[in-house]
Design a binder for this molecule. Structure first.
Ligand code: NAD
Ligand code: TYD
Length: 365
């Protein structure tokens, strides 16, 4: 098989390329725009592999996409603007890539009669799930610009299955963590800030719940769905590890031997989803199993960041990253990178800010 992996230079995409090349004899072509989150270093180890090639380009550019899809059997679309906080600051790029980009990919796939089109979606399309777990037929009620644009792409994929008979598949994975994750999401922000002795910013009271999924398990699930999934179907991929953010942050500080006094409570994210929880029974019935526990995968992730500061330090020193970090955190009263503040162990935790949510949360619509 010749597989086009869009967004393959990002966090999950590059881990997926690693898994595909190790597990199968297929050829992998990566198409990536190399936005701030795309990093050629994530793919450097494959450069000499004759089954791997790279195309620099935008999934929203029809010409580039048509060329990239030539001779391709299957498409796996990871390409996306992927960070909720950035989508709150500037939603435009999310709509261009996560909706329009998916449309351009689908059009090309339809014209070139692609055999499998797997779209990597997210559990965030369901919106927050205060109680229980949602299955794939639950309504999509996205609540952030990121989740809404991902839901747009997800639904377009289904429309192309129904309308044009394109053999599509959708995966809806939960919060993913592991090596090569750009340091803007919870786990790599906490690890890298704490390693440098800076305070770690917890939104609100840290009581929101996320279901953590090891990146190797997310990639093996996508691989499984690609090969065994029924076309037209969506599959939830949960981690089976639901924890409040504060628990996760405390575990990271403990693993690094850093004091909990580094925790700094900062004003909450607007529209912050209280909890995500998906029911993955459908995927288990398809024969997929997780291979990692949360504790083991979190320890391995912490070790990876400790041992690979040559990977993340340049990212955090980048001007654009610093500008983003400042904009996102200073507005919340956090100091931002470079402002070493009180140093290791001397940072006083701020008082939790009152939670602005009405009791029981807001309901839809
Ligand atoms: P990421 O931000 O690390 O990587 C995204 C990649 O897409 C980057 O390499 C970037 O350069 C590329 N890209 C962005 N816009 C592009 C465009 N217009 N054209 C071509 N390439 C473009 O993201 P990630 O965390 O690896 O997530 C990958 C996918 O998985 C996304 O679709 C995301 O919505 C989904 N997902 C992520 C998580 C998570 O916890 N990280 C969970 C569930 C689903
Ligand atoms: P994040 O990694 O951004 O993923 P998502 O918003 O897609 O779930 O955030 C995970 C949780 O951690 C979320 O509830 C927001 C919270 N969070 C913090 O408390 N502090 C931070 O600095 C970040 C980035 C996230």
């Amino acid at each position: 098989m010749r597989i086009l992996v869009t967004g393959g230079a990002g966090f999950i995409g590059s881990n997926f390329v690693r898994l595909e090349l190790a597990r199968h004899d297929d050829e992998v072509v990566v198409l990536d725009k190399l936005t701030y989150a795309g990093n050629p270093a994530n793919l450097r180890e494959f450069e000499q592999n004759p089954r791997y090639s790279f195309i620099l380009g935008d999934i929203a550019d029809a010409e580039v996409v048509a060329t990239a899809m030539d001779g391709i059997d299957a498409v796996v679309n990871f390409a996306a603007e992927s960070h909720v906080d950035r989508s709150i600051i500037d939603p435009g790029a999310f709509i261009t890539t996560d909706v329009q980009g998916v449309y351009i990919l689908l059009e090309a796939a339809r014209r070139q009669q692609i055999e499998r089109f797997l779209h990597v979606s997210t559990d965030e399309v369901y919106g927050e799930v205060p109680n229980g777990s949602v299955s794939e037929d639950a309504p999509l009620r996205p609540r952030s610009p990121y989740a809404a644009s991902k839901a747009g792409g997800d639904l377009l994929v289904y429309a192309y299955f129904v309308t044009y008979g394109l053999p599509t598949l959708v995966s809806r994975g939960s919060n993913t963590f592991g090596p090569y994750q750009y340091p803007e999401k919870l786990i790599p922000v906490m690890i890298t800030e704490a390693l440098d002795g800076r305070s770690v910013p917890v939104y609100g009271r840290g009581q929101q719940v996320r279901d953590w999924l090891a990146v190797e398990d997310h990639c093996s699930a996508i691989d499984h769905i690609l090969r065994h999934g029924a076309v037209g179907e969506a599959y939830n991929v949960g981690g089976g590890n639901e924890y409040q953010n504060l628990d996760v942050v405390e575990r990271i500080l403990d693993a690094l031997g850093r004091p909990r006094s580094l925790i700094s409570y900062v004003p909450d994210r607007p529209g912050h989803d209280i909890r995500y929880s998906v029911d993955s029974t459908k995927l288990f019935q398809l024969g997929w199993m997780r291979a990692h526990t949360f504790d083991e995968a979190l320890d391995a992730t912490v070790r990876w960041y400790v041992e690979n500061d040559g990977w993340w330090r340049p990212l955090k020193e980048d001007r654009d990253y610093r500008a983003y970090f400042q904009r996102n955190y200073e507005a919340r009263g956090e100091q931002g990178p470079g402002a070493r503040g009180q140093g290791l162990g001397l940072t006083k935790p701020r008082l939790p800010t009152p939670d602005p949510r009405p009791p029981g949360g807001r309901s839809w619509p």
